[in-house]
Design a protein. Structure first.
Length: 183
C-alpha cells in the first residue's frame, strides 16, 4: 500500500494523467497498490478500498465430525470447542484454536447442506475454504467485483462468528474458495 503522495514516484507523467483522469478517489480509500499488469507488463496503480486482515480460519469438511475432533484434540493436543449446530448454514462446526488462528471443522447438517455436496465429491473430506478478515466486507465485496472476481452471494450473510461474510468464486481465486469476514 502506498500513500497518495507516493503515487507520483511510481508513475510516469503520462501514467499519472491517465490514472488521475480514470479514477475518482473516494475520501476513505486506504491508499494505492502497485502491481504489474499481466497484459502490458507495466506497473499499474490500483486504488485500495479495503484492508486485508489476518487469516481467521481454514475450514475442513469432514464426513465424521467426532473422528476429526478426536484427531485434533487427542492426537495433536488441540483445544477444541463443543459441536456448534448452525442450521441456518446447514453445518455443524467445531473450532480448533491454534492461538493466532483456527481450524473450522465442518459437517453437514440437513439434506440441503452445502457441505453434503462437497463431501459427495470428496468422500474423505478436505479443505473447504480459507477465511480472511477484512476491515469492511461491503467495500471489499464491491471492490473485488469491480476487479472481475465473482462473489457467490448478492449480499453479505451473517457467518458462524456472527459477523458479515461473503464467499469468492474459487475459479477466480486460484482454485480456493475464499471467505471474507468483517473484522
Amino acid at each position: 500500500m502506498l500513500p497518495r503522495q507516493s503515487l507520483n514516484r511510481f508513475l510516469q507523467v503520462s501514467q499519472r494523467r491517465s490514472f488521475v483522469n480514470a479514477v475518482a478517489v473516494p475520501p476513505k480509500a486506504s491508499g494505492f497498490c502497485m502491481q504489474k499488469s499481466s497484459n502490458t507488463n507495466r506497473n499499474v496503480a490500483y486504488l485500495q478500498l479495503f484492508q486485508l486482515g489476518i487469516l481467521n480460519h481454514v475450514a475442513i469438511a469432514t464426513p465424521n465430525l467426532e473422528k476429526a475432533t478426536a484427531f485434533y484434540r487427542d492426537i495433536l493436543n488441540g483445544e477444541c470447542s463443543e459441536q456448534i449446530p448452525l442450521p441456518e448454514h446447514g453445518v455443524t462446526t467445531v473450532f480448533v484454536n491454534l492461538g493466532n488462528t483456527k481450524i473450522e471443522l465442518l459437517h453437514p447438517l440437513g439434506d440441503k447442506s452445502p457441505i453434503a455436496g462437497f463431501l459427495a465429491k470428496n468422500k474423505e473430506g478436505g479443505m473447504h475454504h480459507v477465511c480472511i478478515e477484512v476491515d469492511n466486507v461491503y467495500t471489499a465485496m464491491a471492490d473485488v467485483k469491480a476487479k472481475g472476481v465473482r462473489v457467490l452471494d448478492k449480499e453479505p450473510k451473517i457467518g458462524a462468528h456472527g459477523k458479515p461474510v461473503v464467499f469468492l468464486h474459487p475459479k477466480d481465486c486460484g482454485g480456493v474458495l475464499v471467505e471474507l469476514e468483517q473484522r
